[in-house]
Design a protein around this ligand. Sequence first.
Ligand code: DGL
Length: 267
Amino acid sequence: MKQAIGIFDSGVGGLTVFKAIRQAFPQQDLIYFGDTARVPYGPKSPNTIIEYSVQNARFLLQQGIKTLIVACNTSSSVAIPDLSKLSNIPIIGVIDPGSEIAVRSTENKKIGVIGTEGTIRSKAYSKAIKSLEPNAQVFSLACPLFVPIVEEGWQDHPIALRIVQEYLKPMKDNDIDTLVLGCTHYPLLSHVIQEYLGEKVKLVDSANAIGEYLKKLMPAEHDAKPGKDSYFVSDNEDKFATIASRILGADLSTLKRVRLYESWFVE
Ligand code: DGL
């Protein structure tokens, strides 16, 4: 049996990461878990985010995965040290891949980072960027309304541009040349963000960043068979499936609910 790559997120947004990994590794089996019962993680405390992340990781580890990808930026920013104690398999978050690309892309060393309150409060991106480029100036900003806009499917609604303008004005004033989209949902707003900031600002999509990062770490598989996709959520299968089809551009093949108790029960 082929061992799968496990990916978890607080909900549906991590499918942007799933999609990037699927594109980079067409033959790998992928298992996705979205914690839709407890989303959003963004406003929660580090302790709660760590506790939830550990439970999500345990579920995926029980499926016998060979690599664990933490698609959620909020989890990636606080939970990696605790997750790394759970297993010897590689456990990879989105912060380092996104930060590496940002540092490679910037010319004026003024880098913006946007994310949830939890991600921004943790300063994880800012620390990772400065460890790679000590002269970088990092401007960080939480944009909590971006997640509900995307979940509502309003990324092309005029209100999206209005909210982007309101949040990102300080980024324009700070003359950044690179902006890290440090949240699973933000790549779905990249066209609006780009329209407001203009073409000279390079957007770093943390979903694509991890696809590229993994390609360097994992050998390509030479199996003719396409990889299998499995999806699990902790609640609201229908809502997940609706948003998922928007993100993936295709309907989900299988989707199962997992009950969040001491032991995991797959229904
Ligand atoms: N997945 C989260 C992240 O990337 C966004 C949604 C949430 O707040 O849970 O930070």
